[in-house]
Ligand binder design. Structure first.
Ligand SMILES: Nc1ncnc2c1ncn2[C@@H]1O[C@H](COP(=O)(O)OP(=O)(O)OP(=O)(O)O)[C@@H](O)[C@H]1O
Length: 278
């Protein structure tokens, strides 16, 4: 579903964000016949899609169409009722034991999930830790990074998100937009292969939205990280996406390059949705 993307040297920018380099264009995320129900409500209906390494893929569609559910499945905050999910060629939902596929255990899930970083609507920073420590905490305690190396990396990332002057502050001393930029730096500090962005500006005051989107545009254009993004910011989606997937009722009804989806949508539901949001 995701279009091929020609490898480009210019994507190897100042913040090399991938922990395990995988060749650009290889399959990084795979959903195979994934069904998710809440009670009798089928939110994802035998969903198939793939995201290739290095791509920026945006999920759009009406409220309740299942976009956030996809990100929550990838974060293993939810489990699918049917189907399988792979990240970097490894099952997230299952593991192979004795030649058989069995439901994944906690250890396996933790290992695969290290490849995935997520930024949520609410910034979810540790309130009792200063900005620098918010960013170094997981690399030190989860990846086992040396504290000095983690701090050096955190300083680089704070520069990337424009917050060098604030590293010694507590989250409550920052604006919502600044807190969200710390959350972005914190996610990148784990050197994930894929960054999941779930409506990261929807909890922000309008005047703070542009600053956060600019930082994400910069990351999209100067690093080789794969992005899977749910957003209602259509101009942002148009700017950063290699592929846009239009969801309706738990299925992808249309997909393609942003120029095609935004300018010449084929599906009536896509046209209706875009005319309501653009
Ligand atoms: N934990 C849950 N329990 C019950 N229903 C849920 C749960 N999480 C999501 N849903 C329902 O699943 C459907 C899809 O939700 P989801 O958040 O994935 O939609 P979305 O496309 O991201 O919508 P939005 O754009 O409004 O965020 C909605 O009808 C929602 O109410």
């Amino acid at each position: 579903m995701s279009a091929d993307h020609t490898p480009s040297e210019e994507t190897a920018g100042p913040a090399d964000t991938s922990r395990t380099k995988s060749a650009e264009g290889t399959e990084l995320i795979r959903f195979d016949h994934v069904t998710k129900r809440f009670g009798t409500h089928t939110v994802l209906d035998s969903l198939d899609f793939t995201v290739s390494s290095g791509k920026h893929v945006t999920l759009i569609g009406p409220s309740g169409s299942g976009k956030t559910t996809i990100l929550r499945l990838l974060m293993t905050l939810l489990k699918p009722d049917e189907g399988t999910i792979k990240v970097g060629g490894t099952y997230l939902t299952h593991e192979e034991k004795g030649g058989k596929l069995v439901p994944a255990g906690e250890k396996h899930i933790r290992e695969v999930r290290k490849n995935i970083g997520m930024v949520f609507q609410q910034f979810n920073l540790f309130p009792n830790m200063k900005v620098l420590r918010n960013i170094t905490e997981a690399p030190v305690h989860v990846l086992g990074m040396e504290k000095d190396a983690a701090e050096e990396r955190a300083r680089e990332l704070l520069e990337l998100v424009g917050l060098t002057a604030h590293l010694d502050k507590y989250p409550t001393q920052l604006s919502g937009g600044q807190q969200q930029r710390v959350a972005i730096a914190r996610a990148l500090a784990m050197r994930p292969q894929v960054l999941l962005l779930d409506e990261v500006t929807s909890a922000l005051d309008p005047e703070l939205v542009a600053g956060v989107l600019d930082v994400l545009r910069d990351i999209a254009h100067t690093t080789d990280i794969t992005m899977l993004c749910v957003t209602h910011e259509m101009n942002f989606a148009r700017d950063i996406s290699d592929d846009v997937l239009m969801f309706d009722a738990g299925r992808v009804i249309e997909s393609g390059a942003p120029e095609k989806i935004f300018s010449e949508p084929e599906h009536e539901r896509t046209r209706e949705f875009l005319s309501a949001v653009l």
